[in-house]
Design a protein around this ligand. Structure first.
Ligand code: PMP
Ligand code: GLN
Length: 388
């Protein structure tokens, strides 16, 4: 303890530490390595969307606090998107909430819904903020393992995990980090249990337009789920502007209210001009979403076939922009060792997947690469990986 620390004062949340994404991106900067760790595209989204931001600013739209739930144009565009893609009706006035990225959407929803010692069921591996949000809410995280290489949902384990204290099930499809696209049958089984036990489902669909194989099913479209599901997505992923941090939640008023109550005291509002621009993006961007999907599918095929030809065992992703490898296929005992070694040794950064597990030993052999990068960057990374 340094002299400046107050004895006995150990803030409860400090042990959550620094996110692994920040940690590995810092290593990439320090070493000059190619960063295939943190998931962000190296090509920005279309310039017409960025131009719409500067236009909004110049016209004085969104430069002062926008409406608490988000600007009306964006809430209407989100509702129209949900209707157009999934046939779900949402009242923009009460059933859509704009947030600071999907991260705030998840955190606000979980804090809003979870009381002390309530149980939240997640499927591991899972995006790191789920755990942090449950800890903030003083809830209890219960993790069910999705087994590699298929990462399907273990419905028997889910059934066994449900207790009288269970309140929420979190699903994420297409899935980070595995790239799995959860099938309609799996989601139906989750829905059946959620309805039987009167649970809320939080559905993280930030990669909704990046399913390459199998259809993307939004669980709220299944019978009886509309009234118990909060669906979350993010413009960062949809339109390749991860730095803008605009996300949204849709769902029944009562559940959206729970998230909104928390959200208004976390950030109140976020990114006024960005919201106007993203309303235009959602209304006019379906063609771009299709092009992004095709281009990412190409990147996936290019990168994973490259990895396989180098002798990596790859868990072939069906969606998202992540690919997982089993590092034992290259003679490493753990992905931790692999990911600590390769930035300095060959100049490539990947993320050890154990950080996405509540039972880290179950993911110890796996590492995640982000392939949302230009071909030349992926080729350079493959050349370097060939030196292993
Ligand atoms: N959920 C998942 C599964 C993610 O991969 C991410 C990272 N983009 C988020 C949520 C958070 O998204 P945002 O950057 O919009 O906060
Ligand atoms: N979603 C991104 C990933 O999984 C990173 C988000 C973040 O840095 N918090 O890599």
């Amino acid at each position: 303890m340094s002299k400046r620390e107050i004895p006995g004062l150990v803030p409860r949340l400090v042990p959550l530490g620094t996110t692994v994404f920040a940690h590995y991106s810092a290593i990439a900067v320090e070493t000059g390595a190619i960063n295939l760790g943190q998931g962000f595209p190296d090509t920005d989204g279309p310039s017409w969307i960025a131009d719409a931001v500067t236009r909004a600013m110049a016209e004085g739209r969104g430069n002062q606090y926008p409406a608490g739930a988000g600007v009306v144009e964006l809430r209407k565009a989100v509702a129209a998107h949900q209707k157009r893609w999934y046939g779900i009706e949402n009242d923009f006035a009460t059933e859509v909430l704009i947030t600071a990225g999907a991260t705030e959407a998840l955190t606000a929803a979980l804090i809003g819904l979870v009381d002390t010692d309530d149980e939240v069921i997640v499927f591991e591996p899972f995006y790191d903020s789920y755990r942090a949000a449950v800890v903030m809410a003083r809830g209890k995280l219960v993790a069910i393992t999705m087994e590699a290489p298929d990462y399907t949902l273990d419905i028997d384990e889910l059934r066994k995990a449900i207790t009288p204290r269970t309140k929420v099930i979190v699903v994420n499809t297409p899935h980070n980090p595995s790239g799995a696209v959860t099938s309609r049958a799996e989601l139906q089984a989750v829905a059946d249990l959620a309805i039987e036990h009167n649970l809320v489902v939080i559905s993280d669909e930030v990669y909704e337009h990046m399913a390459f194989e199998g259809e993307h099913v939004s669980i709220s479209t299944l019978a009886g789920m509309r009234e118990r599901t909060l669906t979350i997505s993010s413009a960062g992923k949809l339109f390749s502007y991860t730095g803008w941090k605009i996300g949204w939640i849709t769902g029944p008023k009562q559940l959206v209210d729970a998230a909104r109550t928390v959200k208004q005291f976390l950030t109140y509002v976020v990114g006024g001009p960005f919201q106007y621009a993203l309303a235009e993006a959602l209304d006019n961007g379906d063609q771009w979403l299709a092009e992004l999907r095709t281009s990412l599918m190409h990147s996936r095929d290019h990168f994973t076939s490259g990895l396989k030809s180098l002798g990596f065992e790859v868990h072939q992703p069906k969606g998202t922009y992540f690919a997982t490898v089993d590092v034992r296929s290259k003679g490493f005992a753990t992905a931790d060792e692999f990911c600590q070694t390769i930035p300095k040794k060959i100049g490539v950064v990947a993320i050890p997947s154990h950080v996405f597990y509540e039972h880290p030993e179950r993911g110890a052999a796996y590492a995640r690469f982000a392939f949302c990068k230009k071909d030349a960057v992926l080729d350079a990374a493959l050349e370097r990986l060939a030196q292993l």
